[in-house]
Design a protein around this ligand. Sequence first.
Ligand code: G4P
Length: 526
Amino acid sequence: MDLSKEVMRRRTFAVIAHPDGGKTTLTEKLLLFGGAIHVAGAVKSNKIKKGATSDFMEIERQRGISVATSVMGFEYNGLQINILDTPGHEDFAEDTYRTLTAVDSAIVVIDAAKGVESQTRKLMNVCRMRNTPVMVFVNKCDREGKDPFDLLSELENELHVKTIPLTWPVSMGATFKGVYSLYRKKLNLFSSHDKQHVDNSTVEFSDIASPELESYIDKFAAKLREDVELLQGVYPSFGVSDYLSGEVAPVFFGSALNNFGVQELLETFCDVAPYPRPMRTDTRTVDPFEEKLTGFVFKIHANMDPNHRDRLAFLKICSGTFERNKAYLHVRHGKQLRFSSPSAFMAEKKTVVDVAYPGDIVGLHDTGSFKIGDTLTEGEKMNFKGIPSFSPEMFRYIDNADPMKAKQLAKGVDQLMDEGVAQLFTSTLNGRKIIGTVGALQFEVIEYRLEHEYGAKCRWEPISLHKACWIESDDRAQLADFTLRKHVNMAKDKHGRDVFLADSSYALQMAQDKFPAIKFYFTSEH
Ligand code: G4P
């Protein structure tokens, strides 16, 4: 098999949105248009609805769904498309951040009425850290929304990316008529009658000055002409290289629920989205076309069956060909591992795979030897970079509630941290363990899983902290002075790195001002 051909036909990406923006709906419609499923409704939402926080059956059920939809692969027009799913609940944002390290591009969904929301902003920050190319889909145009020009400036100002509209809405809400493709010079007329199947009613319109436009969109034709003229004056024509470097985000308008604007998005995506990109390691940059296999684990999913503590580690292949039963080096352990039943994910199905290529995700059965960020190679000692931990936002002391089960608790906490459920810090002051998460739900998940999977009981004690930041300095005297003065707020992360636990944003600001030689980082990898 020709490796370079396989690399170049892979498109691995994630759909990201603020909860309720329409991520699940759009993902499903992409699968529908891509021919991977035939009726909408086949992909279950992996959303944990707000209010379901104490319903553990619900969490468990959702975990089952989310493993099934973690990766949705399908073939479309000769391309192998891999959509990586991200959790819908904000409390699992860290999972989403990590998934973004395994994609080569992203589609950001925005609710036309709500515009840019908090989670979109955070997710975009992560994309920007890695210069991930993004496309924006402005969803729910069938409802009253913000003015599209205002939306574009909001996107630019809030997401710090230049935008360039490739389609343009003809009205919105009750009078929504469709979208005009500025890129393909086509008018796509809106009808909301069939949400289940693919529907195409497009009209070629290379010249929108033609009076024929009125026969399709009547009184909205004049406004469209005016908008298009304005857009052509303001926006340069779309340059693929600006998109690929992450500088410019093409914008599409539509309604995922009504299958509208999705085809255009998918087609443009297939035309311009990048195939797997070179990835940085601690020793060199790995090119996807290299013959030897390399890859890293970006997600670990614990098995549903508490009696068998096996897990599924998701490996993103970065170069070479992955083969079943071949021995690979687990760099951190220095051990050779073989995988007899690696899984590939096609639409909702999981199958054993014999070979896989850069851009693909394979699921590896694991009995505890992997943690997030682990690298596999054919012998080379290196580690992929760009899988940072983010500063958590909620903190609690964790104590052992059953003295007979101290070992189980330690093991459980250790493994859950390896899975990336939360982060563990150890206070330098008193040696107490602090768990940091991005959402309150994780504390309940941890407690539940410790009890059900490890037979351990924990107790939480509140601790009021604002942020954890990793600190570093070339000025050793200042660093020593800082850690001494702030010893009450100092901790070590799981890898023994120094972390400052700031009580408040004010305390953090004060520390930054007083100790200018110290760098404060909000991700573990800088
Ligand atoms: P998420 O994964 O980003 O959280 O969003 P999801 O797709 O679940 O969509 C959130 C809600 O928005 C859903 O309604 C969905 O039907 C609706 N929605 C998605 N796209 C559109 C659109 O283009 N137009 C309109 N009008 N609504 C849209 P829900 O009532 O929360 O869920 P459901 O009961 O319909 O599943």
